[in-house]
Design a protein around this ligand. Sequence first.
Ligand SMILES: Nc1nc2c(c(=O)[nH]1)N[C@H]1C(S)=C(S)[C@@H](COP(=O)(O)OP(=O)(O)OC[C@H]3O[C@@H](n4cnc5c(N)ncnc54)[C@H](O)[C@@H]3O)O[C@H]1N2
Ligand code: MOO
Length: 404
Amino acid sequence: MTTARSVEEHAGIVARMLEPLGDEPSVETVPLAEALGRVTAGEVRSEVDLPLFRNSQMDGYAVRAADIHAVPVALEVSGDIPAGHTSPVTLIAGTALRIMTGAPVPTGADAIVPVEDTGLILGRDDDLEGAVVEIRRSRTAGEYVRERGSDVRRGDVLVPEGTRLAPRHLAALAAAGVEAVAVRARLRVAVLTTGSELVTSGSPAHGQVFDANGIALAALVEEAGAVVSVRASSDDDPGAFARILDDAIRSSDLVITSGGISKGAYEVVREVLLPRGADVTSVAMQPGGPQATAVIDGVPVVAFPGNPVSTQVSFAVFLRGPLRAAAGLPPLPPQRATLTEAVRSVPGRRQFLRGRLGESGGVAPVAGPSSHLVAAMAKADVLIDVPVEAEALDAGSAVTVWTL
Ligand SMILES: Nc1nc2c(c(=O)[nH]1)N[C@H]1C(S)=C(S)[C@@H](COP(=O)(O)OP(=O)(O)OC[C@H]3O[C@@H](n4cnc5c(N)ncnc54)[C@H](O)[C@@H]3O)O[C@H]1N2
Ligand code: MOO
């Protein structure tokens, strides 16, 4: 009997195949609207102060704090400053200017009194001609005034290098008037699914199944910071698979396949890859036992087993780390958790059970260990890593869990 390869050894083989892909990443400039999820190639500094100008935090009246020490006090309303007002305004001492949130604070004013603490005693909201406002609450200098540069100063770092751009980063860049950002180019990854039983839409005939792995792998690839270059599916005809493989190799930095690598007849990936020097192996893990790798025309090919849980677990264990590293993203380190119920395992195979994290560090197994349980996997948020030598683990055991 041949002994299965350890998870660590196979992970090392895959990582070494992918290592060169992260070297000297090229840089491209993309408009902000296309930058979500991209990783910054350098720090982005602000070319402006934010706020851009001193402005009001409230709808109300701009005043001199010195004029409203004693309240109530009646002040003439000497004008109105809506948001978007662009010409300079100066407050006449002893008067108030009506002002809206975000409008520039007039020169000479140092506090804003929210409208709720005021009342017009002469004039109307829609006609401020000759209006007088009563200020009912005093405010100190600076209250409700948003100072220029109080958020970020010109020249300060808005977003550091290596940041995966999230909506909050895009908001900061847009607020500072940045229109495009330099990001690392992404690895182009082909996702090929195989199996004559696969359909992508419509009503499957008896014996056919919907392709779950194509969409899953494509999403996992993008989540790990790469871009899907090709998504294709082939039946179990070697010629058909060889054609989509060759196309994918021409336009990709990495090819991932699912299915067709175990011990049966019609193992199309095995059949096509073996003559091209593939390493088809068995890894001491469950799910995800059958694995293969190849390098064809300098392009790494990583082949995963077809069962949908096996495919996703294989990605998490072997590809997520190397792809994140190549994308300039930090690793997702495993965590520790406590099993809330006992689990059984197969000694000699490292089990990756699906689990759900609960409160206070507990993790509960979700459904059984079988690798066809794709719907049950959707309820899980972690993989429970059961060590290779374990036959069973009691409730209360400390385990390592991997974020899904
Ligand atoms: N005699 C043996 N049979 C099997 C062994 C073995 O060691 N000896 N290993 C089993 C294990 S473990 C796994 S995992 C699978 C892996 O097989 P393949 O990689 O060749 O995958 P397929 O046979 O093509 O498919 C397996 C299973 O998954 C379904 N599938 C495939 N692709 C998709 C897809 N894109 N979306 C949804 N479902 C998919 C397929 O219909 C099969 O049910 O082999 C075991 N057999
Ligand atoms: O190793 Mo297979 O991936 O258990 O089902």
